[in-house]
Unconditional design. Sequence first.
Length: 193
Amino acid sequence: MEFVADNTATDWLLRSRTPDMRLITFGPAGFEAYARLRFIRDPLRPGEQEADVHLPEDHPSEIDQSRRALHLLAAFTSTPLDCYFCLWEGYSDTPLPAEARDGPLVELPHRRFALFRGPLRDIDTWEADFGGGHPVAPPAFVWPADRSWCFTADVDPHWAGIGAGRDAVDALVAAPGLDVVPADPSEPQPAYR
C-alpha cells in the first residue's frame, strides 16, 4: 500500500454533493443499495451507551469484521487489485506515516484523511502497516478504482456504512458471521448516547 499525494481520486466523493455526515458514514449518494455492518448491536433503549453492551471475549474486532466484509466485496468489483484506502488523521493509536504527515491530506467535511492505494488484499496487513501489529480502527474509506462500491467506517457510529449494487449488499446481509443490515442513508440511523 502506497501513500498517494495526488488526491484527485477522491474528487468523486466531493462532487457527489452528498450531505456531509451521510458522505462520511455511507459514502456518496447514487449506489443502488446501502447497508450497515454493525460492529456491535444497535441500542435497545434510548440513552443506552456503547459501554452498556456486553461483548463476549471472542467478539471480532472492528478491523476483523471490516476485513471480512471487504473480502466479500472483492467479488463485486472489476478492480480488486486497484483500491483506495483513507486513514483518518485523528486516531491517537494510528499515527499517520511520515510521508502522509508531510504530504497533502484529503479534506472532506469535518474530517481529514491520508490517501493510500493498493490491492484490496492489503487490508490483511492494515494493523502491521498502521498499528505496529496492534489492533487499530478500520480504514475510514475504502473503494475500488471502478467505484463499484464504497465502504466507510467513521469514528463516531458503532457501524460501518456500505454503498454498493443490490447483489453486493444482499451477499453481505446473507454472509454468515457478519452482522449486516440493509440501510436507508436518508433516514436517521441508530446511535448510542
